[in-house]
Every structure is written in C-alpha cells, then in structure tokens.
Design a protein around this ligand. Sequence first.
Ligand code: ARG
Length: 411
Amino acid sequence: MERIVLAYSGGLDTSVAIPWLKEKYNAEIIAVTMDLGQGKELEEVRDRALATGAVRAHVLDLREEFARDYILPALKADAIYEDRYPMATALGRPLIGQKLVEIAEIEQAGAIAHGSTGKGNDQVRLDVTTRALNPNLKIIAPARDWGMTRPEEIEYARQRNIPVPATVASPYSTDSNLWGRSIECGILEDPWQEPPEEIYALTKSPAECPDEPAYVEIAFERGVPSAINGVPMPLLDLIASLGTIAGAHGVGRIDMVENRLVGIKSREIYEAPAAAVLHAAHKELQKLVTTKDLERLSRFVSLQYADLIYNGLWFTPTREALDAFVEKVQERVTGVIRLKLFKGDSRIVGRKSPYSLYEHALATYDAGDLFDQTAAVGFIKIWGLPVESAARKAPKVASHTSSVVSLAGQK
Ligand code: ARG
C-alpha cells in the first residue's frame, strides 16, 4: 500500500485532503503538524488528524530551528520582499518542505502532500524544496487537483463524517507563525477597501495605543539580536517580547499589492510587529558600520536574497553563496539601536557600535574638528574635472539659453 506524508494544519483543505488522498491513491496517510509558532493547540490538531483517518500523526516543534536557521539569515541579509513584506510565510515553507522529506524517508513513504492551491507561491516553495532534497518523492497538492469550491469541500467532509474546523466561518484566509501573520480574501480582495479592524490579531489600532511612547533598545552581536533594553534573551523570547511591545504600540501593519511568482498581483495584509522593528534596527546598525560601497553592495544582495526566499529557491548554491557574503559583513554588526514606538509609528532615535564608522571629530561643526577643509579644494578640482570638460564640449542646444533671452524680452 502506498504511503503519503501530508503537511497537516488542521484547517479545512488539509482535513478534506486526508480522505481524498486515501480514496484516490488507496494510500495510508501520515499527518505531520509543525509548530512554527502559529500559536494553535497542536495536540488537538493531532487528534483531529487521527479522527479524520490518518494512520499516524506527528507533531514537530520547529520554533527554534525556524528562528535560528531561517529567520535569522533573512534578518542578517535585510531580506524584505518588495520593500515591505518580511516573509513569515515564505521563510516557513522551505522548513516545512524539509521536514516533509525527512518524515517521508523515515516512514518509507513514496509521496509527500501539502494543502497549497495552484494559484499561490507556497506550492512553488514546497515543490521546489522537495525536489532539491529528494527528487524521487512524488508531490501531491490535492487542493490544486480536486477543483472543489469551499462549499463543496464542506459538503465532501460532511458526507464522510469528518469534523469541519471552526475556522470555516471566517471570510479570510490567514497564515501565521512566529515571524508574522498574513490575511487575504473577503473584502481585502478589493485593493481600494481599507482593511477592517477585525482582521488584526497581533497589533493594536493606533487609536487605541498608549498615549506615551515606548523606547526600545535592541542590541546585536555579529548581526544576531541578543538583548532588549539591556536584558539578554534567546532569539525566540526576544522575538516574542518585541512582538508584544511593538504590537501594543500598533507597529507592524503592512498593506500592499505584491507580485506573486505565478504572475498574479495580490492584495496582502501582514502583521509583523517583531519583524518590522528588528529589520529596521538591523539595517540601521549595518549602515552605521559599513562603508558606502559595501552598504550599496549589501542592498543589492538584500534584493536578491528576498527574491530567492520568496521564489522558493532556499535550498540552492546561490543562497549559500549569499550567506557567506552576509556573514562576512555581520562581523561588524555589533551595537545597539534605540527605537521609539508610538501609535503605529516606529522610528530610530539612537544608534551606537564599537565598529561605528561615524567619527565625531570628522563630522562636527564645533571645536575639535579634525577634517582638513583645505584638502577639499583639490578634491573638488579633480572630482569636477569631467563635469567641466563635458560642459565645455556640450553640443549647442538652443533652448538652454532661451529662458534668459525671453525673460529679458519680457521687460
Ligand atoms: N503572499 C504571501 C506569500 O506568498 C502570503 C501567502 C499566505 N499563504 C497562505 N497559505 N495563506 O508569502
């Protein structure tokens, strides 16, 4: 009998997938539920998998691995998709794919299955990850194949006496883990409509935020966030407490229309309070300690890195090569960033580092100035040389002087 390892969230799609896979492939279904910090009661999800017909159901706590091996490299690289999305979902998928492959090998299954539809990015990330790690595994995405609408899925479940999860009442589709949350569907599909307050779960409305700002100091060591307000913390705790503080001040709401890999533009709402402040802080600190040219090069790497994560290319030599570059830059990314959080706004108000390239003696306009202003004259002479040459050799363009002429003519 065939064996299929299914990534099981406990939602409607993956619940319906259990009987569907069993019937269609005459297979045993092994459900795997992974904890990436989505904050659901996963023992209940395991029970539901068994009640729905899985022969075995595993629960894996991957929070630490997720933070250390996926979130952290993306943070060090300042990888943000299309300037705004910190990629909670996109970063989780390669880890989920990796674990599906591992469990499939342990269970001697010939196939893995996941609940992605055929319209999104997640199918690409999971399929490509599986092919990178074990190309012999068959990949099945029931929701991409079955062509059922949501009501039809519910009917399918009812006919088979499968418990339908309570979340089916919500008009929204959400995905969440410890790095953030995404909300799609319903009224949000109209990009002109302001998101209703009810969709938010991690961030307060600015109108309900405290009237006093909060100051947060985030310390980094070699690119790794290590303490908040002087209190050292393991990464998971640090992300959780920053999420609480920033969320309470309404920080981390993102409303964007993004470009999916499959060619669709989609309206996405994200909540990522911890990611928002950590990314802003890391980027600021790295800017303080890198030379101008290295900083520009790093920005280019950030773009490439973000695309690579978003597009499902985590398990590639390209990512490993970029990691080596990023890691080299992190040698100097040690220091503290001070942020002020206030009614939905987060701004950096202080920065310091033992490797800071900011030199007061060079920057100051007060006493103690060490900058040699007389040297500026020679520098500018040579810097401006090609500009002067080009201007002298400029082709004559009539319009260039005409405004002076016409102004004179008006008199
Ligand atoms: N557009 C985002 C991304 O591609 C969020 C996807 C949310 N996924 C989901 N299964 N609800 O990363």
